[in-house]
Design a protein around this ligand. Structure first.
Ligand SMILES: [Zn+2]
Length: 531
């Protein structure tokens, strides 16, 4: 329930928040009783009596927090807004036990979903009583007037209906990953590279207003979770256009920072556009590129082979020479680099490129496996490590993949912090849950309650709750280059804060994931619950 307000009037330029437990920052932990917001900024932090006085002199209004806890808003430094929105607007097919049931739920969903493309995910033919894959003809029986794309639970396979196939000209795609029946007719099933290519085409076929709807739904969802700013890592041209449109209409409820994909960077630089551009709500700040893949797919680039695949050391998707050329170019344009490096060999390449740049605050995304000798270089070069603590729980299989000898090198968050290497928190949503409290919980408990094997080897890498909160607020603000404006409740900063239902520094660690956000404010305006 929204916090009771003493005076009922439309939002005044000055508003005081009194009688609360206000964490203004987490490292060091600082607590105040009250604060005042003037326009979009924090104008005063201190005692309730002083805030009441300010408000009365300036004819503002007062919100009595009645002991409730206030924190700076969370900043998710690496996530995928459009993908999250599409996921929120898609049909969840996990647990469906027959093709008949799939058809029924698909038909119902298509009637109520407000977008052109009907997207679903999570089906598994192993669970179907028919014991076969669904086909275009099954889907056509349920929905024939809207294009349909349904991905399998693994994400490496999908099925489309006939209309979707026609729009994407799938019949023409002569590829062994487009599955065909005995007569050579495409069945609507695609797998591996074809599934990924087809998905990119689906997104490029989505109308701009549908992309905007998905992004807006994702942004509102994030606001409800206490996230007041995000960084879109690897933004496509479609996503950027939708973001610019929402921004121009003043519809973005939270702040969005953008690292464009390498493809978009190459397109934009030809136009002669001056980087960076935007304002406090939307800003293009950098370019994202990949050096390697993931530990899950055994494509992260390692200096020694995978323990469970001794002939494999992963892949390098951007050769060091290309990386260095892009890094120099982006750096000279004032853009921040965000380089995806999961394996230690990929980190070597990133550090080599960064060591030669004049500007210092570039980023490394993930940094999942870091050798001891690399810690020293990280201390010297000081890139921001943008990590996703929930991977600790999501990658529960990691010990078998890297071996017990190397397990110490995985997700070493405490080592980074102890050495003064800048760290920012993020979720990579929709890869991991968008809820920041799940990430805080993962950083503090490190899989202890989930019996994650990594915990028994690396429990010394757990973080105290205040440090986890610091990295998710100030740490992420620093990654965006905006620690002067965001990340704490201090006079002069933008008034982005949340009101929550319990004190995260008082609860048991296992309860951290149960903290609920009651209200979210951006620029001093309540964005959730929507007024
Ligand atoms: Zn990502």
């Amino acid at each position: 329930m929204p916090v009771q307000q003493k005076t009922k009037q439309c939002v005044s330029m000055v508003r005081g928040f009194i009688n609360g437990r206000v964490y203004t920052s987490f490292a060091p932990v600082r607590v105040a009783e009250a604060f005042a917001v003037a326009g979009n900024r924090i104008a005063y932090v201190g005692e309730s009596r002083a805030v009441e006085k300010i408000v009365s002199i300036l004819s503002g209004d007062v919100v009595d927090l009645r002991g409730r806890v206030v924190l700076p808003g969370f900043i998710d430094a690496h996530m995928h807004l459009l993908s999250l929105g599409i996921q929120l607007n898609s049909l969840d097919l996990r647990g469906v036990t027959s093709i008949e049931e799939l058809k029924r739920v698909l038909k119902e969903f298509a009637l109520r979903c407000g977008v052109k493309w009907v997207v679903g995910r999570g089906w598994d033919q192993e669970l179907f009583k028919e014991k076969r894959f669904p086909t275009r003809w099954d889907l056509d029986e349920a929905v024939s007037s809207k294009p349909v794309y349904l991905s399998r639970v693994c994400g490496h396979m999908a099925v489309l209906n006939s209309l979707a196939m026609k729009i994407l000209r799938l019949e023409e795609l002569l590829n062994s990953n487009v599955l065909r029946d005995d007569m050579g007719i495409a069945t609507g099933l695609v797998r591996e590279s074809a599934a990924f290519t087809v998905w990119e085409r689906v997104v490029s076929e989505m109308p701009l207003e549908d992309l905007e709807k998905s992004i807006l739904d994702a942004a509102k969802h994030l606001a409800s979770l206490g996230v007041t700013a995000v960084d879109v890592a690897g933004c496509s041209l479609e996503e950027l256009k939708a973001l610019l449109s929402l921004w121009s209409k003043g519809l973005l409820p939270i702040r969005v920072r953008v690292h464009v994909s390498l493809e978009v960077f190459n397109v934009l630089k030809k136009t002669g556009i001056t980087f960076q551009f935007g304002d406090e709500f939307l800003r293009v700040i950098g370019v994202k590129l990949f050096i390697d893949g993931s530990l899950g797919a055994r494509t992260a680039w390692l200096s020694k082979p995978y323990a469970d695949d001794p002939s494999n050391t992963g892949v390098c998707v951007t050769p060091p020479s290309t990386l260095e050329a892009v890094a120099r170019e982006a750096d000279s344009m004032g853009l921040q680099l965000a380089v995806h490096a999961i394996g230690d060999k990929a980190l070597d390449a990133a550090l080599a490129a960064y060591s030669r740049l004049s500007r210092k605050r570039h980023r490394i995304e993930h940094a999942s496996l870091v050798r001891d000798d690399q810690l020293e270089l990280l201390e010297k070069v000081k890139p921001v490590l943008v990590v996703q603590p929930h991977f600790v729980i999501g990658d529960w299989w990691v010990v078998g993949r890297v071996s017990v000898e190397r397990v110490r090198l995985v997700y070493r968050f405490k080592d980074f912090v102890d050495r003064g290497i800048p760290v920012a928190f993020s979720t990579d949503a929709p890869v991991e849950p968008a809820n920041p409290w799940e990430t805080i919980y993962a950083a503090v408990t490190r899989g202890m309650y989930e019996d994650v094997q990594l915990y028994s080897y690396t429990q010394d890498q757990t973080l105290p709750a205040n440090i986890a909160l610091h990295l998710y607020t100030h740490g992420s603000a620093y990654a965006l280059g905006e620690e002067e404006l965001l990340g704490s409740i201090d006079v002069g900063k933008l008034a982005d804060f949340i009101i929550i239902d319990r004190d995260p520094l008082e609860v048991e660690p296992r309860d951290l994931k149960n903290v609920r956000v009651l209200e979210t404010y951006v620029s001093g305006k309540r964005v959730w619950p929507e007024p």
